[in-house]
Design a protein around this ligand. Structure first.
Ligand SMILES: Cc1ncc(COP(=O)(O)O)c(C=O)c1O
Length: 384
């Protein structure tokens, strides 16, 4: 493939060379099953437990509080359904309108099983209203699940304040930290459960973890050999876990430098995009993840923009659910009050560890031309 400019790092990231090097021996050499008693098995077990210790140390939690999973979709399902099943007497869950589907759908599924779910609104920047949370929380609320940083618009939630309210009212607090982990400091002392995915931080796909405090009762979703302290059965993905731990260490080691660079790119992107007429920045201006910029362009379709940029070798994404046959605009953008026409014209640009100044220059050179070309053939005129 020709050199492409990859600005879709919220969707997934390339595996870092250091991460691949750490994983490689665990495919064909140290391939033992970590549950086996022989030497190969012991080597695999050691690698997994070292990874667990590394991740736990970075978070300041106990290694026994890390449960490896197949990614964040599973971690979110385990957190939400696992806690709900430990509260068989049913009860109440609180979440927000802009959560990832891997949080919203298990909540909706639990609602079908007889649990009650309150879905909080968000303001025009994407943040929840703490007083609405205080009013919504009840005696029987066993879980509040609010993401740390949003994957479409980048808005950060006031995690510490949310946690204080949960603590006062005796509800467990889960946060989907897929986009925030390794990018911003998280107040770990305030979090009871946290979901992470390796492929968003230059690690491999198909592996992640759920951090779950010892005091939290959790019913497993997978039943079998009793792996992961009985909380997640299934032979451990040794290369994946080694890769996850290596990616996590790399992210923390480079966090200051990488996020400073990403913030600089973000400021440049926002300033240049603001100079294009008929645009709107979606998300919070300051309480925001460093790597995500979401913007709407009046008079054009996000999908056409993504396709045109792709023709120029630039890979981005749109906020609209382009996989959906109805081409519904993004529920996240609608929740923050973006008008439907503007929600259809949204573009998400997300940088990564490998993004260079040159990539941003090239993108900013091509973008205004592509927007102009698309607007020239659009039936909607800017300003109408
Ligand atoms: C915020 C958020 N949560 C959860 C997920 C799901 O992660 P995984 O791909 O590991 O299942 C994603 C990935 O798109 C995400 O961005």
């Amino acid at each position: 493939m020709d050199k492409r400019i990859y600005l879709d790092n919220s969707a997934t990231t390339p595996v870092a060379a250091e991460v691949l090097a750490a994983m490689t021996p665990y495919f064909c050499e140290a391939y033992g099953n970590a549950s086996s008693l022989h030497a190969s098995g012991r080597v695999a077990r050691e690698a997994i437990e070292e990874g667990r210790v590394e991740i736990a140390a970075a978070l300041g939690v106990s290694p026994s509080e890390i449960v490896f999973t197949s990614g964040a979709t599973e971690a979110n399902n385990l957190a939400i359904i696992g806690i709900a099943f430990a509260h068989r007497d049913k009860g109440h869950i609180i979440t927000s309108k802009i959560e990832h589907h891997s949080v919203l759908h298990p909540c909706q599924w639990l609602e079908d099983q007889g649990y009650e779910v309150t879905t909080l609104d968000v303001d025009a920047t994407g943040q929840i209203d703490l007083s609405q949370l205080k009013d919504a929380i009840r005696e029987d609320t066993f879980l509040v699940s609010i993401m740390a940083g949003n994957n479409e618009i980048g808005t950060l939630q006031p995690v510490e304040e949310i946690s204080t309210i949960c603590r006062e009212r005796g509800a467990a607090f889960h946060t989907d930290a897929v986009q925030a982990y390794g990018k911003v400091q998280l107040p770990m002392g305030s979090i009871d459960l946290l979901s992470v995915s390796a492929h968003k931080l230059h690690g491999p796909k198909g592996v992640g973890f759920l951090m779950v405090r010892k005091a939290v009762a959790l019913t497993p979703l997978f039943h079998g050999g009793g792996h992961e302290g009985g909380r997640r059965s299934g032979t451990e993905n040794t290369p994946g876990i080694v890769g996850l731990a290596a990616a996590s260490s790399l992210a923390f080691k480079e966090m200051e430098e990488t996020t400073a660079r990403m913030r600089r790119f973000k400021r440049r992107l926002i300033a240049a995009i603001n100079a294009i007429p008929g645009t709107r920045l979606n998300g919070h201006e300051t309480d925001s993840l460093p790597h995500i910029v979401n913007v709407s362009f009046q008079g054009i379709e996000g999908e056409s923009l993504v396709m045109k940029l792709d023709e120029h070798g630039i890979e981005t994404s749109t906020g609209s659910a382009c996989s959906s046959p109805t081409l519904e605009p993004s529920y996240v953008l609608l929740a923050i009050g973006v008008p439907i026409s503007m929600a259809h014209g949204s573009l998400r640009i997300s940088t990564g560890r490998q993004t260079t100044e040159q990539d941003v220059d090239t993108f900013l050179d091509i973008l205004p031309r592509v927007v102009e070309e698309l607007r020239a053939i659009s039936p909607f005129k800017v300003g109408e």
